[in-house]
Structures are given as structure tokens and as C-alpha cells.
Design a protein around this ligand. Structure first.
Ligand code: CA
Length: 230
């Protein structure tokens, strides 16, 4: 049976972005658009995890969380918060949230948090993804190429994360946009190409291959077929 996730988010495009992505990954979902509904569904016992936006109409996310925890409910909670609301986030963690993620977030990042929370502490999350002679450290958010440590910006890290989780697979621009830039992207922009350029400069040009008309592939995992380098 698939895990059931309650999405508490009043902004429709974000809620639907989350719902679509989570369902595509085998979760079942329900959306609550205000604090009272979140509280009602959160108490129902029907969910395995709550994704909780802090800025909800009616009761805000912190109040909802406090009530659930005061009632002794152990439902895992991942908070969604704007980068500018770090104080609220700290309150949220003190109020019993398990984790938080700042907006705008990438779907990959959210999915990783959700999976960790659903697994509990039974299976440790891998902290280093290795592909060929390169590795991505998920704790320090740095890459290691050979012996050299490479610092990455937040977006570069998110993009590298998508590639290192799918070595040898072609990832389309749309997939990468959705995973890294989330709901916050302009589908017509060339931002993916620009950031792939940054990653190539940092990780080595040969490491990410362009597959014409399809997208990009991280090399170094499985031996690849004839190069399609554009
Ligand atoms: Ca909101």
C-alpha cells in the first residue's frame, strides 16, 4: 500500500505541483487548503506524513503543528517555508516539525526529505552519491572530483543531485526544470542549459553529455553507447 501524504498548502499551483510529483512517485495525496482543514485531516489518522505550509489561511501552520503535537500525534511533518521566514521555521522545529524545506524548492529535494521521514530511522539516507570518479556529498553539498573538493551553488547542487541520482539516464530539460526549479520556472527559458554549463565547468566538460533533442546525461556510471555530444 502506498504512503499517504497530506499536503497543506493554500497556493493552488504549489499544491498541484506537489500532488502531481508525489503521485508520479507512487504516493497517494490529499490537499488541505487552510489550517482548520489541515487540523481535521491531520487528526484523522489516515496519513503517514504531513507537508505543512506555514502561511495558511485561518490557523497558520505553526498553530496547527502545536495543536497536533499537544494532542500527542506523532504524524511526521515536513514544513514548507519562505526563505525569509527563518524565525518561523525555528519556531516550527521547536513546535515539533521533523524537517523543513525553504521555498522555492526543487521536487527532488522535497522527495528526498519525504522519503527520509517515511523511513524513520531504520535505513540511513545515503550521504554520498558516487558516479565514476566523481561524488556528491549530500551533507556538505559539495562535489568531489578525483581528490578535489568542488563548491556548488544551491541550484548547481540541486541539478547535480538530479544527475547523480540517475547516472547514465537521459534527463529532459523539462524534468530538470521541474526537479530543480520547481513550480518557479519559465518553460521557455534556457536556464537548464546555462546551469549545465556551470556544472560542466566545475565537474569536467566530458561528464555531462548533451543528447540532441532529448536532454542531458551524466556519464561515468554505466559504460555509455556512442557519444552523442552536441
Ligand atoms: Ca501559503
Amino acid at each position: 500500500m502506498s504512503s499517504r501524504i497530506l499536503i497543506a498548502e493554500d497556493e493552488a499551483r504549489i499544491a498541484s505541483f506537489l500532488e502531481k510529483g508525489l503521485r508520479a512517485n507512487g504516493f497517494s495525496t490529499e490537499i488541505a487548503a487552510d489550517g482548520d482543514e489541515t487540523l481535521r485531516l491531520g487528526r484523522s489518522g489516515r496519513f503517514d506524513l504531513l507537508i505543512l505550509d506555514l502561511g495558511l489561511p485561518g490557523k497558520d501552520g505553526i498553530a496547527v503543528l502545536r495543536e497536533l503535537r499537544d494532542e500527542g500525534r506523532a504524524l511526521p511533518v515536513v514544513i514548507l517555508t519562505a526563505r525569509t521566514s527563518i524565525n518561523d521555521t525555528v519556531k516550527g522545529l521547536e513546535g515539533g516539525a521533523d524537517d523543513y524545506i525553504t521555498k522555492p524548492f526543487s521536487f527532488e529535494e522535497l522527495l528526498a526529505r519525504v522519503r527520509v521521514r517515511l523511513r524513520g530511522d531504520r535505513v540511513p539516507e545515503p550521504t554520498v552519491l558516487t558516479v565514476g570518479d566523481a561524488a556528491l556529498d549530500l551533507r556538505t553539498r559539495q562535489a568531489v572530483v578525483g581528490e578535489e573538493i568542488v563548491n556548488l551553488s544551491a541550484r548547481e547542487f540541486a541539478l547535480a543531485d538530479a544527475f547523480f541520482r540517475h547516472p547514465g539516464q537521459v534527463l529532459s530539460r523539462e524534468q530538470l526544470l521541474s526537479h530543480v526549479w520547481g513550480y518557479d520556472f519559465d518553460p521557455g527559458s534556457n536556464i537548464v542549459d546555462v546551469y549545465v554549463g556551470y556544472l560542466r565547468r566545475k565537474l569536467g566538460k566530458h561528464r555531462i553529455t548533451s543528447v540532441r533533442g532529448m536532454g542531458y546525461r551524466l556519464e561515468g556510471g554505466q559504460p555509455s553507447a556512442a557519444a552523442n555530444d552536441a
